[in-house]
Design a protein. Structure first.
Length: 499
């Protein structure tokens, strides 16, 4: 079928129609709600700006009042704050050389806290790199480069419609909705989503979020930067929030050390699968996931976690909800105004889930490098097919029925000492002696009973149950964590044999 011809309903914003001072005024208007400012000064209008078109002071927190009474305190002046330098350049082209020339105005001996360069041109990767490198060398803490695309995105936001009209005579919002109308639209959107996904929680259903400004769907090739800035994307809707719909952004294998407050997660494979993924993509994800999981499952159980990041799509930012979808994406579509940086996501939060769905906030945690850059395929150790662990039928039954709480062997006399990490051992089937269940050892350690309980506070009863008595705190117990495996998995590796 031939590609249909698309006609734009509005064209690009003509920044070149503004004189330089008027362009500076536009930039100043756009920054008013960008930070919590103490003051904003239009220094560029004076003609002797010292490199500042706009000078602004960001409010900072007040100093702590908990010092000793004898200690002298230097009170901050009520009008003090972090100095920001803002420059506007109404120029058609700004290459790396020109960017470097502009940044000469930034005094490295008395550098501002923050810097924004806004221009009517589009910037190349080299220009961004030069901008970042120069300001870092000059000691600037925060800095942002706004090109034509970023400025257009800001002006397309409903909150900036008055600015768009004041400077260009364009209004994308023909009239402001009354508060009652806004509330009514929120309720309509919420109730429609309840009909689509149901009123429960954890529904985990696909939804396509589409940029309302896009007119080229479903032709990704029409956007050279689609991978970096997609105009539509499939997400998994998972729950409701009072302000909107919660969607899953990431789910990854993770590591956590609660005592040290450290964590890491593997970004290579997102465990959230999409209906729109091709079979080729799914196959690759499955292979990569297998290699990653092979590394992750050999971490101690108390270090194994799952990383989650979820995002919010606000009800009041949903313009249209199409509950049917189309042939390209046969699930609901929601049209929203995409932000250039964050897409359709109004906000996000992250957390870890550690066994039995225990959630851990990452507020005070530090990310560390725990995982390798490359992962290899599964390798097994010895296959102890002729060994008998001597487990009671109670444990055989639990293993046969997939009891997730049974993942450890314990001894204090060394009867399991022949087992090493990656070894496989067979356990008789409780109902049929012809068959066996197999487990692979994923972690092995010897530790005092008290130290083990400190890391694993819910394991006192399983230890006591398997040993037949409660150990003394100083007694050394041997721990063998395991995971159920299957004969076809370890027999596919022809490099291993049976002991």
């Amino acid at each position: 079928m031939p590609k249909p011809k698309i006609t734009r309903t509005y064209g690009p914003i003509h920044f070149e129609d503004l004189d330089p001072h008027r362009f500076e005024d536009l930039v100043r208007e756009l920054i008013y709600d960008y930070k919590d400012w103490q003051s904003i000064e239009a220094t560029g209008r004076s003609g002797n700006d010292g490199g500042f078109d706009v000078r602004a002071y960001e409010k900072v927190g007040t100093p702590s009042q908990s010092r000793d009474e004898d200690e002298e305190q230097e009170e901050a002046h009520p009008m003090s704050g972090n100095l920001w330098m803002i420059q506007g350049k109404r120029e058609k082209e700004l290459g790396p050389k020109r960017v470097k020339e502009i940044l000469i105005d930034v005094d490295s001996k008395n550098s501002p806290y923050g810097y924004i360069l806004a221009a009517s041109a589009n910037f190349s990767k080299d220009s961004y790199d030069v901008f970042r490198e120069e300001l870092r060398k000059k000691g600037v803490t925060e800095f942002y480069l706004w090109g034509k695309a970023e400025l257009e995105d800001m002006l397309h936001l409903p909150k900036n419609d008055r600015i768009l009209f004041a400077f260009f005579g364009i209004s994308l919002v023909s009239k402001r909705r009354s508060r009652a109308t806004e509330i009514r639209q929120v309720v309509i959107n919420k109730n429609k989503l309840y009909k689509i996904f149901g009123e429960g929680t954890d529904f985990y259903k696909s939804v396509l979020l589409r940029d309302s400004k896009d007119s080229k769907y479903p032709y990704k090739a029409d956007y050279k930067d689609f991978e970096k800035h997609p105009r539509w994307r499939e997400y998994k809707a998972i729950d409701y929030h009072p302000s909107g719909l919660i969607v899953a952004l990431r789910k990854n294998f993770a590591y956590v050390d609660i005592k040290k407050k450290e964590y890491d997660y593997i970004e290579v494979v997102n465990l959230i699968y999409k209906e729109s993924d091709s079979q080729e993509v799914r196959n690759k994800q499955q292979i990569d996931r297998g290699k990653i999981e092979n590394f992750w499952e050999y971490l101690p159980r108390h270090n194994q976690a799952t990383y989650f990041r979820n995002g919010l799509i606000r009800y009041d930012e949903m313009l249209v909800i199409d509950d049917k979808g189309d042939n390209s994406h046969k699930f609901p579509h929601i049209f929203v105004d995409y932000n250039f940086r964050t897409g359709p996501i109004a906000g996000s939060y992250e957390y870890l889930e550690l066994g039995e769905k225990k959630s851990i906030s990452l507020k005070d945690f530090k990310r560390v490098n725990k995982f390798p850059k490359k992962f290899s395929a599964e390798k097994f150790g010895k296959i102890h097919d002729d060994k008998d662990l001597g487990l009671e039928k109670f444990y055989q039954h639990r293993l046969n029925h997939g009891d997730e709480g049974f993942y450890c062997l314990y001894d204090i006399d060394g009867k399991f000492s022949f087992l090493n990490v990656r070894d496989v051992v067979g356990i008789p089937h409780p109902e049929d002696s012809k068959y066996k269940n197999y487990i692979k050892i994923t972690h092995k350690e010897s530790i005092s009973f008290s130290d083990y309980l400190e890391k694993n506070p819910n394991r006192e009863h399983p230890v006591q149950e398997m040993l037949g008595h409660k150990p003394n705190p100083e007694d050394i117990i041997n721990i063998y964590e395991f995971k159920k495996t299957f004969e076809w998995e370890f027999k596919k590796d022809n490099k291993i044999g049976f002991s």
